[in-house]
Design a protein around this ligand. Structure first.
Ligand code: GLV
Ligand code: GLV
Length: 298
């Protein structure tokens, strides 16, 4: 009897949902270290740089990022070693857009502020001028980054009565920022978008406007954002991502006009399983079928 062919070795940088682990097990040998692995399934908290790829070794063929953003991976280093990188587009678009709109509504309607207020056991009774917020209805939403998630965020916000416009790569950003009531960020993190929203950009926004970030923390200069919120340069911020994640700029914690969630854009079970299955398919494509999957990056 011939020896059964050795299964390709796959290393996971973080635990995955059990459905995803179960899908990997029949086809791959799951190994505890990247050394000697043929494929790596990467959570976005792992940095895949030259040193990591060197440590893995020359047999490595694919890095499947369990995320749509690939800023945690040195794409040039991977390409120069012939390592294919894949991501998880489409399956998280709705979930991430939904969170963006949820954060907008939460901030404008003071939902989390009201929740904190109740939990403090503050005294209250219904009154006509109490904790008045603003509606998304009739607001001008500027989507910075007209990709899949940005376009879906615009579409969902329109159900609430918002009007949307888009800032792409060549946009006159200060001009567009000055015309928006809500600015929502949906760009990938690159050298060009790091601190895209800095003190100057915040200055260009209306003092009544709010900023929403479900993209990547370093797209916003968090220190400048804190200063702008304290000075009343803008009216509020809703943040799912942070510049030095999981650290959060201390001063943000005390501001009532800030809503924060801990990087939950794609965090529904169904979405996380779908992302994982895309990763499994990519590993299979490269390691078992010798083909380039549609979600290869670069
Ligand atoms: C999450 O942040 C992702 O990029 O998928
Ligand atoms: C980013 O890749 C997006 O889906 O908007």
């Amino acid at each position: 009897m011939p020896e059964p062919a050795a299964r390709p070795r796959v290393h996971l940088t973080a635990p995955v949902p059990h459905e995803v682990a179960a899908a990997l097990e029949p086809d791959f040998e799951l190994v505890d270290s990247p050394e000697g692995a043929d494929g790596i399934l990467v959570a976005l908290t792992a940095r895949i740089n030259e040193a990591y790829l060197e440590r893995a070794g020359p047999q490595l063929r694919v890095v499947a990022n369990y995320a749509v953003g690939v800023n945690n991976i040195d794409l040039e280093a991977a390409a120069s070693r012939g390592v294919l990188v894949t991501n998880t587009p489409d399956v998280l678009t709705r979930a991430t857009a939904e969170l963006a709109v949820g954060l907008m509504v939460s901030l404008l309607r003071r939902i989390t502020e009201g929740d904190r207020f109740i939990r403090r056991r503050a005294e209250w009774e219904f009154s006509l001028e109490f904790m008045l917020g603003a509606s998304l209805d009739g607001k001008e939403l500027l989507v910075v980054g007209p990709g899949r998630i940005g376009r879906e965020t615009a579409r969902l916000s329109e159900a609430f009565g918002a009007r949307s416009s888009f800032a792409g790569r060549d946009a006159d950003l200060p001009g567009l920022l000055g015309a928006a009531d809500v600015v929502s960020l949906h760009v990938p993190l690159t050298d060009a978008t790091r601190h895209l929203i800095d003190a100057q950009a915040l200055e260009a926004m209306r003092s009544s406007a709010v900023l929403v970030n479900v993209a990547r923390g370093p797209v916003v200069d968090e220190r400048a954002l804190l200063d702008a919120l304290r000075a009343g340069t803008i009216a509020g911020a809703a943040l799912d991502v942070f510049e030095r994640e999981p650290e959060v700029e201390e001063g943000l914690l005390t501001l009532e006009n800030v809503v924060m969630t801990p990087h939950l854009g794609s965090a529904t079970r169904a979405t996380r399983v779908a992302m994982g299955m895309l990763c499994v398919d990519a590993l299979r494509a490269v390691l078992l079928e010798g083909r380039r999957p549609a979600n290869a990056v670069g």
